[in-house]
Design a protein around this ligand. Structure first.
Ligand code: GLA
Length: 374
């Protein structure tokens, strides 16, 4: 008898566990402005690519009170030692300022966007001293040029160590190191992060300087969360001018739990830092897509069921985020329209529908879910 009762309980748990809430957000005759709807909570907006500015500008003007420009990536803005390209940066900053949006400039030091010249000196690996000098010159030229115009800089992106990484010859390494063994870290040492913040601060003491990182939430990310916390705590205790943490927010349809996200926000806020969600999107694929894409079947069509699932996910997420309005100073989507999302090309080419607007910049159910509150 006991055995049957046990089986019955397990079956009930499986059935109940797989029941999804039915949530279909109300669609109003007028599309409200996201920025206005969130005015009492936090600035909200999107990353906008320079080559999409024209097509995206009406949507951005209506909905964004904060924008991120990644025209500041090292290899784009400073591809050769004495050559800087300012056109896109100037254009984007001019646009945001004309429309009274807060500006996040992304990312000054990011190991995936190094220009080739930076680590070479007369065909040898550059010395620590020369690299520090080059970093200083790079940061101070850019931050100095836009002094007083940029609200938030991502000074360093993705420097935290990962449990598993491939060393330069491709051998997998398991590591407990706090910092990722990037080129910057290998030549300058862990101190490169501290130096970057100090140099940027010298160039614009009023600008808010952010550290930006991925996988800071969720069970799989907890190691990174606590390593990042430790890095920031150590730097803050040395008086390094870090003002905020960017939690990237590349999340999935069923993970991480909203509670995990909120506890990451609370943890970083406990250091006295501003917290921003800086690259929000919600993919329909599991994390495995990043490791073995071939094992994850491609989804060809965006069905009604997927649209409702995503609406529920965004709705519960934003209910949670609004509850942290005293800690969050910005929430930024990683793009406006699904068809321009990086997730359609990285890590492989396939359809995904992670954002609030479709390819025609029309609001999806996910949009209506985010504005569905009194
Ligand atoms: C990371 C970086 C961004 C960008 C995305 C992919 O999240 O922070 O700068 O490269 O990956 O678009």
């Amino acid at each position: 008898m006991k055995r049957y009762l046990f089986l019955l309980t397990v079956c009930a748990m499986v059935v109940l566990g797989s029941c999804k809430p039915v949530y279909n957000p109300p669609v109003l005759p007028e599309v409200p402005s996201l920025a206005e709807k969130y005015a009492d909570y936090f600035p909200i907006g999107s990353m906008i690519k320079a080559d999409l500015l024209e097509i995206a500008s009406d949507t951005a003007i209506k909905h964004c009170s904060i924008v991120t420009f990644n025209t500041f990536l090292f290899n784009r803005v400073h591809p050769q030692e004495n050559i800087y390209y300012w056109d896109d940066c100037d254009k984007m900053i001019g646009f945001a300022r004309a429309h009274n949006m807060k500006i996040r400039a992304h990312s000054l030091i990011y190991d995936k966007t190094n220009p080739e010249w930076i680590f070479k000196d007369n065909n040898q690996t550059v010395s620590r001293e020369v690299l520090i000098e080059r970093m200083k010159q790079h940061l101070q030229t850019i931050v100095g040029r836009y002094k007083g115009q940029v609200d938030y800089w991502t000074v360093v992106n993705e420097a935290t160590g990962e449990i598993l990484y491939d060393d330069p010859d491709g051998t997998p390494v398991i590591s407990c190191a706090l910092y990722k063994p990037s080129k910057w870290q290998q030549i300058i040492g862990d101190e490169y992060v501290e130096l970057a913040f100090r140099f940027a601060h010298e160039a614009d003491p009023q600008a808010k300087l952010f550290y930006n990182e991925n996988a800071l939430e969720g069970v799989a990310g907890s190691d990174k969360r606590f390593k990042t916390y430790t890095i920031l705590k150590n730097l803050l205790s040395k008086g390094v001018p870090i003002h905020g943490i960017g939690i990237q927010g590349h999340w999935r349809i069923n993970m991480p739990d909203v509670d995990e996200i909120l506890s990451a926000i609370d943890l970083f806020a406990s250091l006295g830092l501003e917290v921003q969600i800086t690259e929000l999107d919600i993919s329909f694929y599991p994390l495995l897509r990043w490791y073995i894409p071939a094992l994850v079947p491609k989804i060809e069509n965006f069905t009604e069921e997927m649209s409702l699932d995503q609406a529920w996910r965004y709705h519960t997420l934003f209910n949670g985020l609004r509850s942290r309005k005293d800690k969050l100073t910005g929430v930024v989507f990683w793009g406006l329209s699904d068809d321009t999302s990086w997730l359609r090309t990285q890590p492989d080419t396939r359809m995904d529908w992670p954002l609030l607007f479709d390819g025609q910049y029309q609001p999806k159910k996910a949009f209506w879910a985010v504005v569905d509150f009194p």
